[in-house]
Design a protein around this ligand. Structure first.
Ligand SMILES: Nc1nc2c(c(=O)[nH]1)N(C=O)[C@@H](CNc1ccc(C(=O)N[C@@H](CCC(=O)O)C(=O)O)cc1)CN2
Ligand SMILES: Nc1ncnc2c1ncn2[C@@H]1O[C@H](COP(=O)(O)OP(=O)(O)OP(=O)(O)O)[C@@H](O)[C@H]1O
Length: 191
């Protein structure tokens, strides 16, 4: 199968997952545990589309947990906005109820909030394979953004078990993720 057909099949499968709610709850838990002890105060995530796992509830709790620390921490969540000229992503602060507007591909983006630089990025994985490699929708936005972001953020892929591709072959421009989490736990790096 070519990449385009694989993408279509994965989106279809994901939209039809019979137990997505239970799987989403499991992945939220994996995320929260993975975040314990991380030093980050700005985390980049995404507004879910096409049946993607929603990372925002777990991140909102992470943000609130920051206020309960011995030394309270101001934590912020950011969402990607497409830079149409450079075809890269810029991150804007987001909070629940934040005014939104449509970005490219009809994905909502925060309206007029501050540009921030995340030290950790949760990256949506349509598919993923061994070695921390991911398959996205084919825009190359994450690869291009990661090729230029300074300092380099830690990148953590999120996907359902269903997206695992045992035979995935990365291309030269594919930047591997530092970690991948799914509803079973941490699947990259392998222990
Ligand atoms: N939730 C979410 N937000 C995200 C991403 C993502 O993967 N998930 N992105 C990650 O990069 C960026 C947007 N990238 C996207 C790239 C392509 C398509 C898309 O639907 N493409 C069409 C084909 C368009 C074409 O061929 O010109 C399609 O698949 O039908 C969607 C988002 C930023 N925001
Ligand atoms: N660092 C880069 N510099 C320039 N072009 C790039 C870079 N990375 C990727 N591209 C271009 O983007 C196109 C799509 O890449 P790829 O198929 O890996 O997208 P993807 O990772 O699935 O999509 P996305 O990151 O948007 O979810 C490629 O054909 C490639 O030419």
């Amino acid at each position: 199968m070519d990449k385009k057909a694989v993408r279509q099949a994965l989106i279809e499968q994901r939209l039809n997952l019979p137990d997505r709610l239970q799987r989403a709850e499991l992945l939220q838990r994996v995320m929260r545990i993975w975040l314990v002890g991380r030093p980050d105060t700005v985390i980049g995530a995404y507004w879910p589309i096409k049946g993607e796992f929603d990372p925002l509830p777990a991140l909102h709790r992470w943000k609130e947990d920051g206020e309960l620390l011995d030394e309270p921490q101001l934590r912020r969540i950011a969402l990607p906005v497409v830079d149409k000229v450079h075809k890269t992503l810029v991150f804007h602060a987001w909070y629940p109820g934040c005014p939104m507007e449509e970005d490219a591909y009809d994905i909502p983006k925060p309206k007029d909030t501050e540009v921030v630089v995340p030290t950790l990025l949760f990256v949506p994985c349509l598919g993923y394979g061994a070695g921390g490699y991911r398959l996205g929708y084919g825009g190359g936005f994450y690869d291009r953004t990661l090729a230029t972001l300074q300092p380099q953020p830690v990148t953590v892929g999120l996907g359902f078990t269903q997206g695992f591709l045992p035979d995935f072959e990365p291309e030269a421009h594919d930047v591997p993720l530092h970690a991948i989490l799914n509803d079973n736990g941490v699947v990259w790096p392998v222990a």
